[in-house]
Design a protein around this ligand. Structure first.
Ligand code: EPU
Length: 456
């Protein structure tokens, strides 16, 4: 159903040429959730049996995670496009290369399963990233409460279980903040621990429910995932299973927002509408009509009104959709206030959108957006995954063509993004940036240059 990119080149040297004033229509398929698939791959280390995972998205973060697992002895068979087979029978202790961990924070998910299966683990400390410092103190404190000894040395986290049985011990852990990653790490560490674990102030994101559902299929005893208090009764071993990754609510949300921003009508499926409640509420408030039928959502938009959003842990408005929603608000009548509360540095798109003519005042993670009649296409470079999606949405609505770089970020989390947009009618094309290299360093690269490139 979905067109795919042919030869995959290095996205650092590619850009998207986007003609503005676009209108979208039709249907697209939503891929499996990046943030579920990443943690489910780590959870597959918890059994010696095979795990069959369906609906794993073909994105660069997943390719990196596969390389990380292969570096510690895991066999992965993904010849069948429909399902990936993960076999961690010969898992061994090894230092996962620093560069692999640096490129993918989610690699730290492996610490819980490695500790439980091997009794020790050593992982490079994941650094900060473009959106914030992203501490892992809650992961570490929780693992220590379960009985692990942990030291940080020379940029590595070295963890081991000191008791003779090489088994973690269940405990009541209260998280200092409802961290998604820490909840997932501790769930994976506790399923094979001795006795009961309770995680209070747990994150409630759907990806955590997906993880617990897969672990329960493997024989774990987890109750009340999806609430802020998760109960886990440790078991002696886990078996293999088949599991299908849930649809990506953030990809779904990004397409709904793109449709609203271009005053279009599209249908997306499969989705789990309940995972998108807070976004759907805001889209309705801002003037879109939303029709939900089973696992599909149709959105029709004729006008966009300014609405305020404040990001919050699930079920609140997702931080991952803050940048795309800001791009939508550029087209609104009236003002909107956008407040980011989860990450300290997740407003990198604001300056980029301003270059297109957006009227935005921002301070301390609050942006006040006044809708404008006209956005000008530009050459722009996204600096993280969701900011790149946001500028693509703005480019679709601009009055002239744009050239968007930073596709190495986009490709981390969106499967065939521009192909799906093209299928909906967007005039968008991926190309080598090589023909504009002379212009790359110019700040004043403007619309005439883009038009020249189109003409070339
Ligand atoms: N935090 C702490 N201490 C900790 C852990 C987290 O202070 O020990 C802080 C972080 O610094 C951050 C906030 O809590 O400011 C939220 O962090 P969290 O741990 O919840 O996020 P994460 O697990 O690192 C996951 C997703 C992110 C998504 C966030 C929030 C994965 C692989 N990543 O990150 O996804 O934004 O939850 O929902 O699941 C994305 O897909 O674009 C993305 C960044």
């Amino acid at each position: 159903m979905i067109c795919e990119r042919g030869n995959k080149l290095n996205p650092k040297f590619e850009s998207l040429k986007i003609n503005g004033r676009c209108s979208l229509q039709g249907e697209i398929k939503i891929s499996g959730a990046k943030n579920s698939a990443l943690v489910l791959l780590a959870a597959s280390l918890l059994t010696k049996d095979k795990v069959y995972l369906a609906n794993v998205p073909d994105i660069s973060d997943i390719r990196k995670m596969k390389n990380i697992l292969k570096s510690i002895g895991v066999k992965i068979d993904d010849n069948d496009r429909e399902q990936m087979i993960i076999n961690a029978e010969n898992l061994y202790f090894g230092n996962i290369p620093h560069n692999l961990v640096n490129e993918l924070r989610a690699s730290f998910f492996c610490i819980g399963p490695l500790l439980s299966k091997l009794g020790h683990a050593s992982l490079a400390l994941p650094g900060g990233c473009n959106i914030g410092k992203r501490s892992i103190e809650e992961h570490i404190k929780g693992l220590q409460e379960l009985g692990a000894t942990i030291e940080e040395k020379d940029g590595f986290v070295n963890a081991k279980i000191n008791n003779n049985r090489k088994r973690l011990k269940g405990k009541h852990i209260r998280l200092g903040c409802p961290s998604v990653g820490a909840t997932e790490t501790l769930v994976m560490a506790a399923v094979l621990a001795e006795g009961k674990t309770i995680i209070s102030n747990a994150a409630r994101e759907p990806e955590i429910q997906d993880l617990c559902e897969m672990l329960n299929k493997m024989g774990a005893k987890i109750r009340q995932a999806g609430t802020s208090k998760i109960y886990i009764e440790g078991v002696n071993y886990l078996n293999g299973c088949s599991h299908e990754v849930i649809p990506d609510r953030i990809e779904a949300g990004t397409f709904l927002i793109a449709s609203a921003a271009t005053l279009s009508c599209i249908t997306i499926s499969p989705v789990i509408p309940a995972h998108l409640n807070s976004l759907l509420q805001k889209l309705k408030e801002s003037g879109s009509e939303i029709i939900i039928k089973n696992n599909s959502i149709t959105i029709k938009t004729k006008k966009v009104r300014g609405v305020n959003i404040e990001t919050a842990p699930f079920p609140g408005f997702p931080t991952d959709l803050q940048a795309p929603f800001t791009a939508l608000m550029l087209k609104a009548t009236g003002k909107s206030i956008i407040k980011e509360t989860i990450f300290e540095n997740r407003m990198n798109h604001i300056d980029l959108l301003k270059k297109m003519g957006a009227s935005i005042r921002s301070e301390n993670n609050i942006a006040i957006v006044s809708g404008v009649k006209k956005l000008s296409g530009r050459k722009l470079k996204g600096s993280d995954l969701r900011s790149t999606a946001a500028i693509i949405i703005a480019a679709l609505t601009a009055d002239n063509p744009s050239l968007v770089e930073g596709l190495e970020h986009l490709d981390r989390g969106y499967e065939n993004f521009e192909c799906k947009l093209k299928k909906l009618g967007a005039d968008i094309k991926r190309d080598l940036t090589v023909n504009i290299s002379n212009n790359s360093c110019k700040d004043d690269f403007l619309i005439n240059d883009v038009q020249d490139i189109y003409a070339a």
